[in-house]
Design a protein around this ligand. Structure first.
Ligand code: FEO
Length: 403
């Protein structure tokens, strides 16, 4: 049975959610599931903006069939060719023989790479700023390469001022019946997953996001319709402010997140001492994470949120504890910049992880490392305790400078 929502009198949400998938891209845990949004515009001509993942094809087709109410489908706009949105192109081409697939040159090349379907006479290639009139509605295409693939474009519907933004402004999380941002408590229930989605999926491409934000800044926008998560129809400044911070790699909050790896609890003890000491000195909203039991995508999201990051790791096989090495590689891959770090290393006979962590941070942009680096030999003793106290003072001074 169909399950749709109306965005406006002539635009319908015909997507769906998947709560069974454990790992998005077979990589990122999604305990709250994920939504695949698809939008149908009904006018003299009909146009569908993107399809959905194969996992929810049945629901999607029922939704689309219902919303079309017996009409034909004229256009399928493919804003993004990642299979979580385009698994149903061929099925739609078979069901609607007059359907034209709308995309740019790269989109159409990727369709051919992914699928063996006969596109002869069935495509409409667009370039930046091209328009398609549906009757009262006009679609205008803005290219947004690398948000999150090279072919990505956004579609702006001029009469109702609606931006179909592809992956941009999306979030992990299944929809719970509520579709619009003003129907949910976004800060409480969605922000952490929206940040984790952005930082891990699009985080590397901050400059390209900035370019797209500039390109769109002249548009009057009433509604933002992403391919995942809630649709935005109010408080767009809030959303744009988040994207401005994330895409410029500026922290959202001046506070401290502590990330530790600990084999027997001694490195954890040092981190707990430092965190409590920072709290005693008035630092609020500190977050502490065991990196062995917290998925790296959550750590990355917190690194995007917080200004000051404490990294504490044992030395392992003369290198950095593997979970910390993985986190640092991910930070670098995702282009994280402009953070202040404090380092704690542990080693019973040859501690060297701090030096190696510092070297990796040196390969990233504008990463400041505070002194002193704290060295623990097996367990915290008086000398390392006084170093932790000195490090706390330096973190406090740096936090107050950054405000
Ligand atoms: Fe939701 Fe990049 O696909």
């Amino acid at each position: 049975m169909h399950c749709t929502r109306k965005l406006t009198d002539s635009i319908h949400w015909v997507g769906g959610s998947d709560r069974r998938l454990a790992l998005f891209e077979n990589l990122f845990p999604i305990p709250r599931g994920v939504a695949y949004n698809s939008y149908l515009i009904l006018d003299e001509k009909t146009a569908l903006i993107d399809t959905v993942d194969s996992s929810i094809t049945r629901q999607f087709l029922e939704n689309l069939f219902h919303a079309l109410n017996g009409r034909d489908l004229d256009y399928l706009v493919v804003n993004h060719m990642e299979p979580d949105h385009c698994a149903n192109i061929e099925e739609l081409m078979i069901r609607y023989p007059a359907l034209k697939v709308v995309g740019n040159a790269k989109t159409l090349a990727y369709i051919r790479q992914f699928y063996d379907m006969d596109l002869e006479g069935r495509t409409l290639t667009v370039v930046e700023n091209d328009t398609i009139s549906l009757g009262c509605h006009t679609l205008r295409f803005y290219f947004a390469p690398m948000i999150h693939w090279p072919e990505v474009m956004m579609t702006y519907e001029e009469s109702e001022k609606i931006l179909f933004s592809a992956d941009a402004f999306g979030s992990f999380g299944a929809l719970n019946g509520n579709l619009f941002n003003d129907e949910v408590d976004f800060d409480r229930d969605w922000l952490a997953d929206a940040r984790r989605y952005y930082s891990n999926i699009v985080g590397k491409y901050g400059p390209q996001v900035q370019t797209a934000l500039k390109k769109l800044s002249g548009l009057e926008i009433q509604m933002v319709c992403p391919l995942h998560g809630p649709v935005w129809r109010s408080n767009l400044d809030y959303l744009l402010d988040k994207y401005a911070h994330w895409s410029s790699y500026e922290p959202e909050e001046h506070t401290v997140a502590l990330f530790y790896g600990s084999m027997y609890g001694d490195t954890e003890n040092a981190v707990n001492i430092l965190a409590a000491s920072l709290a005693e000195s008035g630092v609020k909203n500190i977050m502490t994470y065991d990196i062995s039991s917290t998925h790296v995508s959550t750590l990355i999201a917190e690194a995007f949120r917080c200004s000051h990051l404490v990294l504490a790791a044992p030395t392992y096989n003369n290198g950095i504890y593997p979970a910390m090495l993985n986190l640092l590689h991910d930070m670098k891959a995702l282009n994280l910049q402009n953070r202040t770090f404090a380092l704690i290393e542990n080693g019973s006979w040859a501690p060297s992880s701090a030096k190696q962590m510092k070297a990796l941070l040196g390969e990233m942009k504008n990463m400041q490392v505070l002194e002193p680096v704290v060295t623990i030999k097996s367990a915290v003793k008086e000398d390392s305790l006084s170093a932790l106290t000195e490090l706390k003072e330096q973190i406090l001074a740096s936090l107050s400078d950054s405000h």
